[in-house]
Design a protein around this ligand. Structure first.
Ligand code: GAR
Length: 227
């Protein structure tokens, strides 16, 4: 018998990827901490050549390829994804560079248990090429967002954001690299809050949703750019 306090069961998380999987790797690394409230039980890619698959296998996480091109329509593809997630008893789904739009059916199936990371400070710069568009607009602060997924693309209650200053000589690539570093910080933080129940969605009288966490947070200070 151990004297250690019993640990609460970790929430079972499936990660959906399409590419390199650096955010997936950050989630797997964070979940190694025995105190982390979630475990990554499977990684599914819709692209067979996705670099993240090898990273997940090297970390001992089960992987599967569900190639959307092998299915006649979006819904049958998603049913195959759900069947794989269900086989692993997944409770929470984290999209990590998963580049397929999901149907309202899939999104409703995982309501408030489906989260996404987007490389911009939502609701600004939804969609693709966020850094190039932000540079073209001359904005001085960019960032990244983890949010609950709703049927509209890159819309949903925001869980965590990080802000990154823009330098005069930044390119879309240099900016993407610095934002990605922050993505790797905030995605594990956001998943922990979802898994522990700390990130709760509340709805106002007009039906607008937002996340509350009961965390004290920081009220002072600001990122001023350029400084
Ligand atoms: C990340 O920057 C992520 O925010 C972005 O794709 C990249 C995936 O990198 N996602 C989107 O643009 C989704 N709209 P990763 O595979 O190394 O995590």
């Amino acid at each position: 018998m151990s004297d250690a306090a019993p640990r609460l069961a970790k929430r079972r998380v499936g990660v959906l990827i399409s590419g390199g999987g650096s955010n997936m790797a950050a989630l797997i690394a964070a979940a190694r901490d025995p105190a982390y409230p979630a475990e990554i039980v499977c990684v599914i890619s819709n692209v067979a050549s996705a670099g993240g698959l090898a990273k997940a296998e090297a970390a001992g996480v089960a992987t599967a390829v569900v190639d959307h091109k092998a299915f006649p329509d979006r819904e049958s593809f998603e049913r195959a994804v759900v069947a794989t997630l269900d086989r692993h008893d997944v409770e929470i789904v984290a999209l990590a560079g998963f580049m397929r739009l999901l149907t309202p059916w899939f999104i409703a199936r995982w309501h408030d248990r489906l989260i996404n990371i987007h490389p911009a400070l939502l609701p600004s710069y939804k969609g693709l090429h966020t850094h190039a568009r932000a540079l073209a607009d001359g904005v001085k602060i960019v960032g990244c967002t983890v949010h609950y997924v709703r049927p509209e693309m890159d819309v949903g209650p925001i869980i965590v954001q990080a802000a990154v200053p823009v330098a005069d000589d930044d390119t879309a690539d240099t900016l993407a690299a610095r934002v990605l570093t922050q993505e790797h910080r905030i995605y594990p933080l956001a998943l922990a809050r979802v898994a522990s129940g700390a990130a709760r969605v509340v709805c106002d009288a007009e039906g607008r949703e937002r996340v509350v966490t009961d965390l004290a947070g920081t009220r002072e200070g600001a990122l001023v750019s350029p400084m």
